[in-house]
Write a protein that binds this ligand. Structure first.
Ligand code: GLP
Length: 244
């Protein structure tokens, strides 16, 4: 695992967007799994222009949505699906066969998980994952204490996630469960980028990078990834012990 610290959120976002461009350029049929949230928003916003500037064909890659709130319809502006549609799927004009997102309203969530796992394995696995980090160290909705051996699954959201998650919704919303790719997907991905930005992520980033590797802080598993990249802005890195 490698750690890189950028001056600010903009520099971090630009670099992540460029790495996504490089991934698609080097392997046009890449399978790329993307988180939602405030952290990657700017990187995704920059991506269509960068792809165009570099003349990169983006009609062959596959976008996988990392996670979704259970019982929240995709038309809800707080859903992960809505976020990925408005930031990337719409602007990049991706065809229906080019993306797969969890449906949090699916009548049978286990079937939804199985279908996602099968979709990924049929395409030969994930080439690149871009994930954020929750205030409790979750990745996707892999909440504290989750097994590192799981693929897609449904999980009860912990109190922190239910509270912090309100920021995405226009009105107070009941957030009980999430549906998510598992930490096994992260470990098996060819490459994984964990992005963190802002002061509010400084404590969890210190625990992620300097504490013990502990299932109670799921993000610590990135340290075992041979091709793991932790990309932070200075604010998120502000509590890290400086290199000697
Ligand atoms: C959310 C999502 C994650 C996201 C994380 C950080 O709840 N489930 O996929 O990466 O928490 O979100 P943000 O970037 O808004 O801080």
């Amino acid at each position: 695992m490698k750690i890189t610290v950028f001056d600010d959120h903009q520099a971090l976002s630009f670099q992540v967007a460029q790495m996504m461009v490089a991934q698609i350029k080097n392997k046009p049929d890449s399978v790329i799994c993307l988180a939602s949230g405030e952290t990657p928003f700017l990187a995704y916003h920059l991506l269509p222009t960068l792809l165009l500037d570099e003349g990169v064909d983006h009609q062959q890659f596959t976008l996988i949505g990392l996670d979704e709130w259970v019982n929240i319809p995709s038309q809800n502006t707080g859903s992960c699906s809505y976020f990925l549609h408005t930031t990337l799927i719409g602007p990049l004009k991706l065809s229906l066969s080019q993306f797969k997102l969890f449906d949090g309203m699916a009548p049978d969530l286990q079937t939804e998980c199985d279908s996602m796992d099968e979709f990924i394995s049929k395409r030969g696995g994930i080439d690149l994952m871009v994930v954020g980090i929750g205030m409790n160290g979750h990745i996707g909705f892999n909440e504290p204490g989750v097994s590192t051996e799981l693929y897609a699954h449904v999980i009860d959201l912990d109190d922190t996630t239910q509270t912090v998650g309100q920021k995405y919704f226009a009105d107070k919303t009941t957030l009980g469960q999430g549906i998510t790719l598992g930490l096994k997907h992260l470990q098996e991905a060819n490459a994984a980028i964990l992005m963190a930005s802002g002061d509010r992520k400084a404590h969890i980033m210190k625990a992620t990078l300097e504490g013990p590797i502990d299932p109670l802080i799921p993000s610590t598993i990135i340290r075992n990834h041979p091709n793991g990249l932790v990309m932070l802005d200075q604010k998120a890195a502000s509590l890290l012990t400086p290199n000697e």
